[in-house]
Design a protein around this ligand. Structure first.
Ligand code: 5GP
Ligand code: ZN
Length: 118
């Protein structure tokens, strides 16, 4: 399958297999992989395979697919690292800390002694 891609987008290059990553989950429209610079063990990113920069650019059905994956993976990621909780978040737009302009949800496992939000 081919997905709308941006040549200089690192997450599109991960989808294409041109940059290696540790896959957590994959289906036709969504890819989940381990964050290369994790805020906690098991920190996972969930992205649409197609290139969409921000929430405003994301078609609702693709957003539904991303949410379905987050819904499925959040408890699985928590269980995998024995975390009692997690922060599930999107940084939307540069000023909000979005460094990679390809929509991605974070699943960050949280622990009682981790000193506050990521
Ligand atoms: P943002 O700040 O845009 O919400 O999050 C981007 C995330 O992508 C960061 O947590 C960063 O560690 C992660 N990241 C950036 N480049 C790569 C990469 O090449 N591979 C992986 N696996 N994660 C990356
Ligand atoms: Zn992209």
């Amino acid at each position: 399958l081919d997905y709308p891609a941006m040549d200089d987008c690192i997450f599109c290059q991960i989808v294409a297999g041109d940059i290696p990553s540790r896959t957590v989950y994959e289906d036709d429209t969504v890819l989940a992989f381990l964050d290369a610079n994790p805020l906690a063990r098991g920190h996972t990113l969930v992205i649409p395979k197609a290139h969409h920069e921000t929430m405003a650019d994301l078609p609702e059905d693709v957003g539904g697919d991303v949410f379905a994956a987050l819904h499925e993976l959040t408890p699985a990621v928590e269980a995998a690292v024995d975390a009692p909780a997690s922060t599930v978040a999107f940084n939307n737009g540069e000023e909000a800390g979005q460094e990679v302009p390809h929509v991605h949800g974070h699943i960050v496992p949280r622990f009682s002694d981790d000193g506050g939000r990521p």
